[in-house]
Ligand binder design. Structure first.
Ligand code: 3HC
Ligand code: NAI
Length: 702
């Protein structure tokens, strides 16, 4: 029987094999097993060299991240101590890196005396993406082996390198290419090291080679990543740790690393980023659908409508090697759609993302058509025509006639009822919403809208498909706006109301970007197009009719043809790439406020922040309460990946958990009274929020 860590022999070579699926996370049990096998091998006189490898397709994904919040990360044997033990071994230890070696996994390898890697392996220290720095010697050993430049780039970006790059930079000593068994090659390498009487090469004996390091290197590096890493805590600590490696002997450097690691671990940013790691993985599981449900195959895809969304959606599939048939009603619309896709790829070629050859391969997978007969044998159809129920129903009735049994019929609708679309077919179980975000070839989010009758295998198949096309699929229920756009409504409403009450668009957006949002909500409306949001308002006028001020400023801008960036004017004036304040918007706000009897006043940043963000959170709570979202972390995934909410805050729901739900509730109740009739109308705390506060719980607890 295999145990978590096996010890076998090949002559004088002891082979220690990590065997803890799925990813050899270095939790306490695996660390314990590794330590025991190591001690056994060291004590065995007939062993002269030790190999550490893994039985799966990856080497190790590093520390067990779940131990961080559980608080047992430091349980004995503590990883950094175990790695010091490896480094200090009196017998030669070789890491045989047979696949991905990430975080603590790579740190195990760095503590060994030599490293051989399989050509396809990837090596990296992605800790920064979890809001921390490598904490088991990575920041000190990597600069000693690869030099400070490579090290700081890898550590501060978290991006892995290929085994080939690792060889070139000195991280590994030998690359294994070709068909020969990797483990056998690693054993040969270990024996060769013995024959060569290779010394016990440890990082403790090495110093960081700073010979070609410019004086101001680290400060320049800091500046070069400053924009990208704004708001994140760990990147600066990654740099400080590598600086320490350059200045201190290993032992002291490790001490400094431990301090910085702990400092990072205690931050809200680390909690948020670790929350996102698990949130992303959790949304792949649907509690009421068995994991072993057999899936449908998606080998060919049909897309209806070659407009903004249809074209972007098509690119996702052809990028993944899946042939697409793109249907339009008229040849000129089809030609325009195909040309737009080609143009998009041409830009990618110019930017060096794809070669012309790769683009040609992709375009060869794309077939334009005007005939529904060409959709008869596709496995999945995604409809992306105008947002009009009648039109969509007509199309689905036609699909029902023509598509093969078992084909999945999906709509990219952003607001319409997927059940009503499914109802016109004789196979509502095959119908689902696939809500892509614009630009569809770029945005990672995909809301998978599960209808009342959608079959389980259709839900799981589309979730898997999301991964295939490099998206994060989040299963949501049916309501106006699903999860993302429904949460957007109150957030947008407050932003616009605040402009009427006396804030400027720059102040509102400034508060939101200062918090970390990629863009303020008013700038976002200008980007997406006020004509688009006008259509959304039109489609639910009756729901908002009781508030005459509701997004009225947007309606006024719409009437003036100020659709935002596309017309050069919206909440702001656009001069090329420059965005300027528009005094006419202030004037308009004053006038509307006077007409509605709204007293204008100076509004604090705090009020702007609380009203926008807390109402967003409150809507998330309602969505959860109604079962539209399965978990609060799904709302977080939607907002971080679809709306530019900062990952270092972990999404709105995690942020609320971090600051305390009682604070959010207290604030909402305060504005409810403070804002008079308007407050009473909109500031209604979600029953779920009230319940959780009463029970002293968090969103993450449910
Ligand atoms: N700790 C705990 N669980 C982990 C884990 C880790 N380091 N890495 C992956 N898992 C879990 C996932 O949560 C998932 O669990 P689930 O099936 O219950 O949802 C399962 O393993 C499979 O993971 P993926 O779905 O991500 O599998 P993939 O095959 O798509 O990807 C991977 C594999 C590329 C290794 C990816 O899992 C990954 O990137 N893992 C994290 C790597 C990382 O960040 N390592 C650094 C850890 S921190 C550290 O090492 C600190 C040290 O410096 C002290
Ligand atoms: P668009 O106007 O750019 O494209 C629609 C395309 O559908 C046009 O090319 C049109 O010729 C074609 N079309 C119309 N009737 C057709 C028919 N009967 N058969 C075949 N093709 C037909 O619209 P866009 O923005 O791509 O939106 C499409 C859908 O995606 C809508 O349901 C919209 O709500 C949704 N959506 C849009 C987002 C966006 O940001 N634009 C984001 C998410 C969803």
């Amino acid at each position: 029987m295999t145990s978590l860590v096996d010890l076998t022999r090949d002559g004088v070579v002891a082979v220690i094999t990590l065997n803890s699926p799925p990813v050899n996370a270095l939790g306490a049990a695996l660390r314990h097993g590794l330590q025991e096998r190591l001690e056994e091998a060291i004590a065995d006189d007939s062993v002269t060299v030790i190999l550490i490898t893994s039985s799966s397709s990856l080497f190790s994904a590093g520390a067990d991240i779940s131990e961080f919040s559980a608080g047992n990360f430091a349980a004995e044997p503590f990883l950094p101590v175990l790695l010091n033990q490896i480094e200090a071994s009196p017998k030669l230890i070789v890491a045989a890196i047979n696949g991905a070696a990430f975080g603590g996994g790579l740190e195990v390898a760095l503590a060994c005396h030599y490293r051989i890697a399989l050509a396809g392996a990837k090596l990296g220290l992605p800790e920064v993406t979890l809001g921390i720095i490598p904490g088991a010697g990575g920041t000190q050993r990597l600069p000693r082996l690869a030099g400070p430049k490579t090290a700081v780039e890898m550590i501060a970006s978290g991006k892995p390198v290929s085994a080939k790059q690792a060889l070139a930079s000195g991280i590994v000593d030998r690359l294994h290419e070709g068909d020969e068994d990797f483990l056998a090659a690693a054993v040969v390498y270990a024996n060769q090291l013995l024959v060569e009487k290779a010394p016990l090469r440890t990082c403790a004996d090495l110093t960081v080679d700073r010979s070609d390091l410019p004086d101001n290197y680290f400060n320049e590096f800091r500046q070069s990543i400053a924009r990208k890493t704004k708001g994140y805590y760990a990147p600066e600590r990654c740099i400080q740790a590598v600086e320490a490696a350059c200045a201190l002997p290993l032992k002291e450097g490790l001490k400094k690393e431990a301090e910085l690691f702990q400092e990072c671990m205690n931050t809200p940013e680390a909690r948020a980023q670790q929350h996102m790691f698990f949130a992303e993985r959790q949304c792949a599981g649907i509690p009421d659908i068995p994991k072993n449900t057999s899936l449908r195959e998606i080998k060919t895809v049909g897309i209806i409508g070659a407009g903004t969304m249809g074209g972007g959606i098509a690119m996702n599939f052809i990028n993944a090697g899946i042939p697409v048939r793109l249907l339009e009603v008229k040849q000129d619309a089809l030609d325009r759609g195909l040309a737009a896709i080609q143009k998009n790829y041409d830009i990618s070629v110019k930017r060096g993302r794809f070669t012309a050859e790769q683009v040609a391969e992709r375009m060869a997978l794309l077939q334009g058509t005007l005939s529904y007969q060409d959709l008869a044998d596709v496995d999945l159809v995604i409809e992306a025509v105008f947002e009009n129920m009648q039109l969509k129903q007509q199309i689905f009735a036609q699909l029902d006639e023509v598509c093969k049994p078992g084909a999945i019929l999906a709509s990219n609708t952003s607001t319409l009822d997927v059940d009503a679309i499914a109802a016109v077919t004789k196979r509502p179980e095959d119908v689902i919403g696939l809500h892509f975000f614009s630009p569809a070839n770029v945005m990672r989010l995909l809301e998978i809208v599960r209808g009342e009758k959608t079959a389980d295998d259709v839900v799981l198949t589309t979730l898997k498909m999301a991964r295939t096309i490099n998206k994060i699929g989040v299963v949501v229920g049916i309501c106006f706006g699903f999860v993302g756009n429904r949460m957007l409504e109150p957030y947008m409403r407050e932003a616009m109301r605040l402009v009427l009450e006396g804030a400027t668009p720059e102040q509102v957006d400034g508060v939101l970007t200062k918090f970390g949002l990629a863009m303020g909500v008013l700038s976002m409306i200008d980007l997406a197009g006020n004509d688009v949001s006008h259509l959304v308002r039109e489609s639910h006028r009756e729901d908002i009719a009781h508030d005459p001020s509701y997004q009225l400023i947007s309606d006024k801008l719409y009437e003036l043809g100020r659709y935002g960036q596309k017309t050069g004017r919206g909440f702001y004036i656009y001069d090329g790439r420059e965005k300027l304040a528009d005094s006419e918007v202030d004037e308009m706000a004053k006038q509307v406020a006077a007409e509605l009897g709204i007293t204008r006043r100076s509004i604090s940043d705090e009020e702007i922040f609380e009203r926008c963000i807390f109402m967003l959170i409150n809507e998330g709570a309602d969505i959860l309460n109604e079962g539209i979202a399965l978990r609060s972390s799904d709302c977080d995934i939607v907002w971080v990946n679809g709306y530019g909410f900062p990952a270092f805050r972990g999404g709105p729901m995690q942020y609320a958990d971090e600051i305390g739900l009682d604070k959010v509730l207290e604030s909402i109740n305060r504005y409810r009274t403070q804002l008079g009739d308007y407050g009473t109308m909109w500031f209604k705390p979600s029953p779920l929020l009230e319940r959780l506060v009463a029970e002293e719980k968090k969103f993450g607890d449910i």
